[in-house]
Design a protein around this ligand. Structure first.
Ligand SMILES: [Fe+2]
Length: 386
């Protein structure tokens, strides 16, 4: 056994130690544009959302002129968090601790007992610390620096490799909104998402509606692009087989799945009939939250019901679990590819603790993204520590 067990490019401790977790939070998640929500989460003045982006808690609020603004979610008095997760504030933001109050442009407008308690206070020096906010591809993004690199520069090179989906015109399916917690490091979850080799194996019963042999994938900067067309049997009668109404904006000869992984850990799954987010959020070295949301064609419920009926026989025939068993107790018997992935991630994380853990070999093409992702992480960490 070597001195330091490795997971391809990174040491195994990168997946298990607090130290690595803290370094990633500082060097990666606190330094880049970070996903905060969907554009429709903030549509009226006073509406806000907050997001933990590495070491920074940042909130986005719409001001009275309908402009989006982002601020660090800390009171300028003694640093208390101002706003909780999601909500609407009428005209002002008040810190719960001592009631210091800011307007929606971040100006400090009221300090209780200011005249007696703070006779020399200059309110103009105590505005909220601004961050950057952007709308891009129907999503809201924050960056901790007020003069951040533009988001179109950050995502510029990956953009042509994303799906033709008109995200703003789709509507959310609220019942599909899901949050799961996976007992694995966030990089295990990312690496599972970008591991092309496993698609035909772990998901042999669940993801055969796409032609994995024709998958086209690569890293472009720190972002990962992936596309694969429909499988022949699914494509043959796609108007009948699609589980939901097909999206009109996707050319017929391009129907398939775009499944990019934007850095760091922002997965999208853009298919022939839906557009999905898969946001991978590190909670601890061995714990990750994934938030999923789905948008679909903006048509009435009847069209969805009719399409579900039309496609029922195809899905009934074609979906099966990896193993036979009780789907209530065995994720490999559920016929749900997310359950299969979750199981694989947790089992891999468990094995990392074994002194006998060792990576045996790497698939030249199908697992090349896994190595590439690790190298990107390493470059970020080393770049930050220079
Ligand atoms: Fe998978």
């Amino acid at each position: 056994m070597s001195e330091k067990p490795m997971m391809h490019v990174l040491p195994v401790e990168a997946y298990t130690s607090e130290d690595w977790f803290d370094r990633e939070q500082a060097a990666i998640f606190s330094k880049v544009w970070y996903y905060a929500g969907l554009a429709e989460d903030i549509t009226e003045p006073g509406a806000y959302i907050s997001v933990q982006a590495g070491l920074n808690n940042i909130f986005i609020v719409m001001d009275i002129e309908h402009q989006l603004r982002a601020f660090h979610n800390i009171c300028r008095h003694r640093g208390t968090q101002l706003l909780r997760a999601v909500g609407k504030t009428p005209k002002a933001i008040t810190c719960p601790y001592h009631d210091w109050t800011y307007d929606l442009q971040g100006n400090l407008i009221a300090v209780p007992e200011a005249r007696t308690e703070f006779p020399a206070l200059d309110k103009s020096c105590l505005s909220l610390k601004p961050a950057s906010v952007a709308r891009w591809r129907g999503m809201l993004w924050v960056h901790p620096e007020p003069d951040a690199v533009s988001i179109t520069d950050w995502f510029g090179e990956i953009e042509p490799h994303l799906g033709p989906h008109q995200v703003d015109t789709l509507i959310e399916a609220p019942q599909a909104r899901t949050t799961i917690e996976i007992k694995a490091n966030w990089k295990i979850v990312v690496e599972n998402y970008i591991d092309v080799y496993h698609l035909s194996h772990l998901h042999s019963g669940t993801l055969h509606m796409y032609d994995h042999a024709k998958a086209d994938f690569r890293f472009i900067g720190p972002h990962y692009a992936f596309y694969e067309p429909l499988s022949a049997s699914y494509a043959k009668d796609i108007d009948k087989n699609a589980p939901m109404p097909l999206l009109d904006e996707i050319p017929r000869d391009r129907l398939g799945a775009w499944v990019p992984m934007l850095f760091p850990g922002i997965g999208l799954a853009e298919s022939e009939s839906s557009w999905n987010t898969y946001i991978i959020i590190p909670l601890a070295p061995d714990m990750t939250r994934v938030e999923m949301r789905t948008k679909v064609k903006n048509v009435g419920i009847w069209e969805f019901t009719a399409q579900a009926w039309r496609s029922k026989s195809f899905w009934h025939r074609r979906i099966s679990g990896k193993y036979k068993g009780d789907p209530k107790t065995d994720p490999m018997a559920t016929g749900d590819f997310l359950e299969e992935d979750l199981y694989a991630c947790e089992q891999q994380q468990k094995s990392l603790k074994s002194p006998y853990f060792e990576v045996g070999a790497t698939a030249v093409s199908g697992e090349s993204p896994v190595k590439a992702h690790q190298q990107i992480i390493l470059d970020f960490i080393q770049g930050d520590e220079k």
